[in-house]
Design a protein around this ligand. Structure first.
Ligand code: PPE
Length: 315
């Protein structure tokens, strides 16, 4: 992991090595935390954060679902993130805000333990590899089912829930694949270990809906909008396992992964990245990097200090 200089922690900027928590932090023991994965991209007008407000909104909603109160507003977290990117001198980066129950009380009803909030930023390359992004990845349907909505909350991006993703990912990598695809409790397709999934059949772009234990992905929503704007039909529906093998094209979306084609599932070839996948990938990439006029509103520009202001601050 690439280190940066500063981390924002509970309202203060602290050096990377000093950003520490107590070993008896509640979140470490019980997974009681919620987090986000966000990316900032280099654009002509400086670093810009993709759908920043939506990510911060989801962070607060995830917290609420688990009865955690984040002691900072989205506006405060947004301003802190901007300043953090400026201080670290980054032009593009991954952004990881996390809020978790901290140190102060043990046991499951630990209302005396405060909520710690921190934001870290670091450069993070292609999540499933550059080669995977270009030529597609090989995936395996996991023997682990996705967490069900009657045990945990797939709509929340909560730390403890990721044990499910970790099991699936470990299994797929150990078996020689790049990524895992999880089925939901009914045996329908849910999502990747850290990505939403899209399956193209007869030219129609299909993706599992909200009742299939998915995270309501922000990349997913963006790609759906882009596809609709290009005139494609999108169906949110239950997807049978065999449809993965019968699909013309399959791809994954996520903040870390961006848009990644899938070229093989359970040793069934899907083929090299197809026409629709490639078109959506290019368009999505343009949106991320501020090259698509109609999606500029998705970008939260990190204002850079003007040369005048910067010199005033240093003098
Ligand atoms: N499903 C899961 C389970 C998931 O973790 C992610 C993001 C998505 C779908 C896609 O959501 P969105 O990023 O809003 O489009 N996974 C994050 C964590 C990756 C990690 O290894 O950490 C991410 O992509 O940042």
């Amino acid at each position: 992991m690439d280190r940066t200089e500063w981390i924002w922690m509970n309202g203060e900027f602290v050096p990377w090595d000093d950003a520490k928590v107590h070993v008896l932090s509640h979140g470490l023991h019980y997974g009681t935390g919620v987090f986000e994965g966000i990316r900032a991209y280099e654009t002509e007008r400086g670093p810009a954060i993709f759908r920043h407000r939506e990510h911060l909104g989801r962070l607060h909603k995830s917290a609420e679902l688990y009865y955690l109160e984040i002691p900072f507003s989205s506006d405060q977290l947004r301003a802190a993130t901007h300043e953090l990117i400026r201080r670290n001198g980054l032009r593009s980066c991954y952004i990881r805000p996390i809020a978790f129950r901290g140190y102060g009380e043990m046991g499951l009803y630990a209302k005396q333990a405060p909520i710690d909030v921190l934001i870290a930023v670091w450069p993070w390359g292609a999540y499933l590899g550059e080669e995977g992004k270009r030529n597609g990845i090989r995936a395996k349907v996991s023997s682990w089912r996705a967490i069900s909505a009657d045990s945990l909350i797939p709509h929340a991006k909560a730390a403890g829930q990721y044990l499910n993703s970790v099991l699936a990912k470990e299994e797929s990598v150990k078996a020689g694949y790049d990524e895992a695809i999880l089925l939901d409790q009914q045996g329908f397709v849910s999502e990747g270990s850290g990505e939403n999934i899209f399956v193209i059949r007869d030219g129609v772009i299909c993706t599992p809906g909200h009742t299939s234990s998915i995270l309501d992905g922000i990349s997913r929503a963006s790609v759906i909008q882009i596809a609709r704007d290009l005139g494609y039909t999108i169906e949110e529906r239950g997807i049978a396992r065999a449809e993965l093998y019968l699909a013309e094209e399959v791809f994954l979306t996520g903040t870390a992964a961006e848009l990644v084609p899938v070229r093989e599932i359970d040793d069934h070839p899907i083929g090299k990245p197809g026409e629709i996948t490639t078109q959506l990938q290019t368009r999505f990439d343009d949106a991320l990097h501020g090259r698509a006029e109609e999606y500029l509103e998705w970008l939260d520009l990190v204002e850079q200090p003007s040369v005048e202001r910067a010199s005033r601050v240093t003098s």
